[in-house]
Design a protein around this ligand. Structure first.
Ligand code: GLN
Length: 292
């Protein structure tokens, strides 16, 4: 490695890592490296491999700007503009929730239920956000009809761009509106095979206790589940039976300590609750229900 350039880069990295650590970010060094690699358009590990790396003055300014934003606890994903989900790269903006690894459980559950390759099933993704679920399902189920709704036009723009990025534009019908409302005129009553949803589920009193990346920067609209966090489940459980065919499946992601109340609510109005799946942290994360 060219030693002057290396030393310059090391100094830059060290002060950036320190700034991030002081801002309360646990893995500051690694994140600083990720941002340098992003600017240099290389992989983080390339920083250790190549002979010589340096940032020109413009790149240094860009880097410092990104570090300042990260130190204000903007999520790394908003700075990079992307997040991986199910092995695919998704565009994210401040109009969308950042896809979480535990949400991949919903995809696993769909695969377990419908198998692969599936027939021409009709699937609906509620509160699609980045479109990560709808787009992933479109790639996994080439014969399926897929619909996706979101209340936020800005989020739908991001979802459409993610469909385009993965060549799935013609495969997904994106609909703007509140939960199941946009489907009312499509003549799909009792026609859906599956509804999948990761709705907002954080109790509003807990919003401000989330880590600053979430509470200060992710869209409230995608997080706020009302006083007990369960508002959207109440509405989905009440309205989904009209759209699902008998035997149709509902796949719900839920927040911590919500699986049991959601199951109770569902059973009270006639749903069959088949399974509750835990995420890698051992939290009951996904509730699987069937319309009798
Ligand atoms: N899983 C998100 C969190 O980290 C919440 C997502 C949601 O409300 N759907 O808090």
């Amino acid at each position: 490695m060219n030693t002057t350039a290396t030393r310059g880069l090391q100094n830059l990295l060290q002060s950036a890592a320190r700034a991030l650590t002081e801002a309360g970010i646990p893995d500051g060094r690694r994140e600083a490296e990720t941002l340098i690699a992003f600017i240099l358009n290389c992989a983080r590990l390339d920083l250790y491999r190549a002979d010589s790396f340096s940032l020109d003055p413009d790149q240094q300014e860009t880097f410092k700007g990104l570090i300042r934003r990260r130190a204000r606890r903007e999520p790394l994903q908003y700075l990079l503009g992307t997040q991986e989900f199910w092995g695919l790269e998704f565009r994210v903006t401040t109009d969308t929730l950042i896809p979480r690894p535990e949400t991949e459980l919903l995809i696993e559950a769909v695969l377990e239920w419908f198998g692969r390759p599936a027939l021409a099933v009709t699937l609906l993704d509620l509160c699609t956000g980045t479109g990560c679920l709808a787009v992933t399902l479109a790639t996994l189920y080439p014969m399926a009809r897929i619909l996706a709704t979101d209340l936020s036009p800005a989020a739908l723009d991001v979802a459409r761009s993610n469909a385009l990025r993965h060549g799935m534009t013609g495969r997904i019908e994106f609909l703007e509106g509140d939960l199941l409302d946009p489907l009312s005129s499509l003549g799909l009553n009792h026609a859906l095979d599956g509804i999948i949803a990761n709705p907002p589920y954080v109790p509003d009193t807990e919003l401000d206790q989330l880590q600053p990346e979430v509470s200060l920067h992710e869209p409230r609209l995608a997080l706020d589940g009302g006083p007990d966090g369960l508002d959207f489940y109440r509405r989905i459980l009440a309205d989904a039976p009209k759209l699902l065919r008998p035997g149709g499946r509902l796949f719900l992601e839920v927040g911590i300590r919500q699986a049991i109340p959601v199951r109770a609510m569902a059973e009270r109005i006639g749903w069959r609750v088949d399974q509750i799946k835990k995420d890698l942290a051992g939290v009951d994360r996904v509730v699987l229900l069937t319309k009798p």
